[in-house]
Design a protein around this ligand. Sequence first.
Ligand code: GTP
Ligand code: MN
Ligand code: MN
Ligand code: MN
Ligand code: MN
Ligand code: MN
Length: 194
Amino acid sequence: MAGRDISKEDALSRLDHKHACHILLYADSNAKLFGKIPIKHIVLMQMRFDGLLGFPGGLVKPSEESLEAGLSRELQEELGAAVPVTMDDYVSSHLAQSPPRLILHFYSKKITEAELLEIERAAVSNAVDHGLEVLGLTRVPLYTLRNGGGLPWFLSHSFISNSRAQLLEALQRLDLVSPQTLKEAVKKAEEMRH
Ligand code: GTP
Ligand code: MN
Ligand code: MN
Ligand code: MN
Ligand code: MN
Ligand code: MN
């Protein structure tokens, strides 16, 4: 989905725009799938009420709260856990192509595997939005199996707004998937979508 990236400063000067903040939470892991395929990293996304994949987060009101405080509030609602987000976790701001006058701020934050597990538990047992705005958290498969399973199939699903681009950009920038694996997964996903 098109649209364009803008600076945080430019974004915050647009008082007539709506602002939304979402976050990619991730952790390192030593777990192995089938006892042999290293998981390496865990990345969290969610199945939204509309059937699209996206990141936890939501609309914030810059006139009443900082972006980071607003995002933390949304995370409390959607994950049922306190996840303190700071300005250091900020990644980018994007002017959405549609709807008009919507700015999408993106964050990423590394946590421990134990903290991530606790968030997954809280998302079911404590989040007020569970089963409503959020149908469930999901981990992103970062490996590619010989038959194309894993990241390629995941990328072939449908994503909200530019969250798929946010995911791909973050996987590269944070070095969670090798450039070669990522490139091949994107290509395989395109073939699967056709
Ligand atoms: P309400 O509490 O019902 O208002 O929802 P919310 O505050 O949780 O808002 P939501 O998370 O749906 O985000 C607001 C808008 O941002 C959505 O309508 C989408 O256009 C967009 N959006 C949602 N999730 C993502 C995401 O992961 N990435 C990006 N880039 N945009 C998203
Ligand atoms: Mn939301
Ligand atoms: Mn919400
Ligand atoms: Mn909201
Ligand atoms: Mn809500
Ligand atoms: Mn790595």
